[in-house]
Design a protein around this ligand. Structure first.
Ligand code: TGC
Ligand code: FAD
Length: 396
């Protein structure tokens, strides 16, 4: 890959809305990513390998649990800073942001919110330092958009629980030390269990041959009569609302992350169009190219404003699930469209690893599906404004 010459677009002077600390942390992560991730990411994506050696550096710049309180090893930062960190990571690759958002919002968040004091002290500091990797198991082979139907279940065996079932499409499962697993008890109520590597009957086969998120590792979680100690159950919350509340936090981070991917595609397309000569003129001089670029910066700017406001609401504890859905859906769709247009502007070069465009485009095909598909988020908005859920034919 060529040298990372990224310059962040800020058409509406959003920087004036950020505090000095927020900008400092964002710029630190940006510089870290330029120096450490950009030079190697294409090679790792081509090899379909997660660059695990980055974990200590990512931990150092605060990528794991940025908003988790300092007493549990987090950085105690605000929600906008969390968003800006996700933006800078996804600016280089959605897979790197994925690893950070799973660790932060899908593993550390539920342990922090719903875990016992003992669980918090055992797991959170190590997860924050990257000494432990976590994953989140909600999706099953037959239950993706509809997790309430999950089959994975556990039975009370007196001094332990017996866990059976399987999860699929789990980011980081093959390298995880601990999995936050959502499973039903004998009455059908959903609970979170902390399943640790090494527990007998627990395996994590890798999902191979992905064309998307190749620098992120994905796999299954298989539970064959796994004995889970009783104190590994998250005591603070049960029901589907528990995993869904974690998704709020992760989807919020993705809304920011997608802006990063879009900014990178736009920045690259703008630069390339000024340097590439056809018909004796830079292609940036053609109206059709300018239309593409002008539409890109318009959409990025709208997404930046939407997401900044969402960050303020989230920091105040007022952001709703539906508001988060709107931002996740809008921003990922926007980034995907921008990646496709940027690919056109780069002509044939756009399909090569010389530029990050095609990698972003392929990555975003997962991002538009995971954490709630594009259409599920639209239906969440529909439900919010009409008061009528349309997920099931019976209207329930
Ligand atoms: P529904 O009846 O609407 O809700 C069930 C219960 O949950 C409550 N609830 C929430 N509570 C807290 N926070 C939220 N955001 C909540 N949303 C809902 C709700 O009040 C209710 O409570 P109660 O007490 O009445 O029981 O549930 P539903 O079964 O109708 O489903 C609704 C739907 C379709 C929106 C939901 O299931 C959904 O969001 N589906 C999409 C599934 C999804 O997003 N999966 C993501 C898996 S994780 C992942 O993809 C990680 S990718 C990681 C990476 O690499 O970055
Ligand atoms: P389905 O739910 O089968 O959906 C298929 C299609 O049907 C979609 O277009 C969907 O929008 C549509 N559809 C479904 N229901 C409706 C409806 N009611 N109305 C209209 N259309 C509908 N999950 C985890 O738990 N943890 C992870 O770490 C994780 N990481 C992932 C990493 C990757 C790379 C990928 C690809 C997925 C990951 N997922 C993870 C799973 C992800 O959350 C699911 O893929 C997603 O929720 C969609 O589920 P599904 O793939 O089963 O699709």
């Amino acid at each position: 890959m060529s040298t990372d010459r990224f310059q962040a677009p800020d058409y509406y002077q959003l920087d004036e809305l950020y505090t000095d600390e927020q900008k400092l942390i964002r710029d630190t992560v940006r510089e870290y990513a330029k120096a450490n991730i950009s030079p190697i990411i294409e090679e790792y994506a081509q090899r379909a390998e997660y660059p695990r050696h980055l974990v200590p550096g990512l931990a150092e710049v605060g990528a794991f649990g940025p908003y988790i309180p300092v007493e549990y090893g987090g950085a105690g930062l605000d929600q906008i800073t969390y968003g800006l960190i996700m933006q800078e990571l996804e600016r280089v690759d959605s897979g790197i942001r994925s690893a950070a958002s799973v660790q932060s919002s899908l593993v550390m968040y539920p342990i922090w919110k719903y875990g016992s004091e003992e669980q918090k002290m055992k797991f959170l500091p190590k997860l924050a330092k990257g000494e432990m990797i976590g994953c989140f198991g909600l999706t099953e082979p037959d239950y993706g958009s509809n997790p309430s139907g999950m089959i994975t279940n556990f039975k009370d065996q007196g001094d332990h629980y017996l866990l059976n079932g399987a999860k699929m499409w789990i980011t980081n499962s093959p390298i995880a030390d601990v999995a936050v697993v959502w499973a039903k008890d004998e009455s059908g109520r959903i609970h979170g269990l902390l399943v640790e590597r090494g527990m007998e009957g627990f395996t994590t086969p890798e999902t191979k041959d992905k064309w998307s998120l190749r620098a992120s590792v994905t796999g299954e979680l298989v539970f064959d009569n796994v004995k889970v100690p009783k104190n590994n159950l998250l005591p603070g919350k049960s029901g589907l609302g528990a995993p869904l509340s974690c998704l709020d936090s992760a989807r919020y981070g993705i809304a920011w992350g997608a802006i990063g991917a879009a900014m990178d595609c736009y920045d690259s397309a703008l630069r390339y169009s000024k340097e590439r000569i056809q018909f004796d003129r830079p292609i940036a001089s053609f109206q059709l190219i300018q239309k593409k670029l002008a539409e890109m910066i318009t959409e990025i700017t709208k997404a930046q404003l939407l997401t900044w406001r969402l960050g303020v609401l989230r920091e105040e504890g007022k952001a709703t699930t539906a508001q988060i859905s709107m931002a996740k859906r809008n921003n990922v769709d926007m980034a995907l469209k921008i990646a496709r247009e940027a690919r056109q502007i780069h002509g044939g070069m756009g399909i090569t690893g010389e530029y990050s465009i095609m990698r972003h485009m392929m990555n975003l095909e997962s991002v538009v599906t995971y954490e709630g598909t594009h259409d599920i988020h639209l239906l969440i908005t529909g439900m919010d404004i009409t008061g009528i859920p349309s997920f099931r034919n019976d209207g329930k």
